[in-house]
Ligand binder design. Structure first.
Ligand code: ZN
Length: 154
């Protein structure tokens, strides 16, 4: 078995056995070295974004001192949820490996399929009301960004 996916799975046990969150684990690998580890910490840290992948991404980026994970691979005990998938795209690792599928997660009580369905809908049709408030001055932040010569692209 792949040692990195094995480590991600081990973290999925550690987190839940310590009462820190759901049964999910993830590691990030660069050049054969694990540079980020994470297990779910949602309930213990009162943070709905503290999924294993997010925790691992934060640790790896802190370690590398960058906001990008190019040249890295992410191993996770379960197929990423839509939030983590978005974070992974922003972090830009080279590849993602996952052990369990989102169907298996759903069977254990973690049903993120409704979020995938919601993402596919126009904002006005989502179950969570999303109201567009066009506001004078809001665009100015983008205009300033476009002119900002000190900006760091990401
Ligand atoms: Zn997630």
């Amino acid at each position: 078995m792949n040692q990195y996916i094995q480590e991600a799975i081990e973290l999925s046990f550690q987190g839940q056995r310590a009462g820190l969150g759901g049964p999910f684990g993830a590691v990030i690998v660069k050049d054969g070295v694990i540079i980020g580890r994470g297990h779910n910490r949602v309930t213990s840290s009162h943070d709905p974004t503290a999924h294993a992948e997010i925790v691992a991404i934060r640790e790896a980026c802190t370690y590398l001192g960058t906001h990008q994970l190019s040249g890295c691979e992410l191993y996770t005990s379960c197929e990423p949820c839509p939030m983590c998938l978005g974070a992974i795209f922003w972090a830009r690792p080279d590849r993602v490996y996952y052990a369990c599928t989102h169907e298996q997660a759903s069977d254990a009580g973690f049903d993120d399929s409704f979020i995938y369905e919601q993402v596919a809908l126009p904002p006005s049709e989502r179950g969570l009301p999303m109201i567009h408030l066009p506001t004078e001055g809001a665009q100015a932040a983008f205009d300033e960004w476009k002119r900002n010569e000190a900006k760091i692209h990401y």
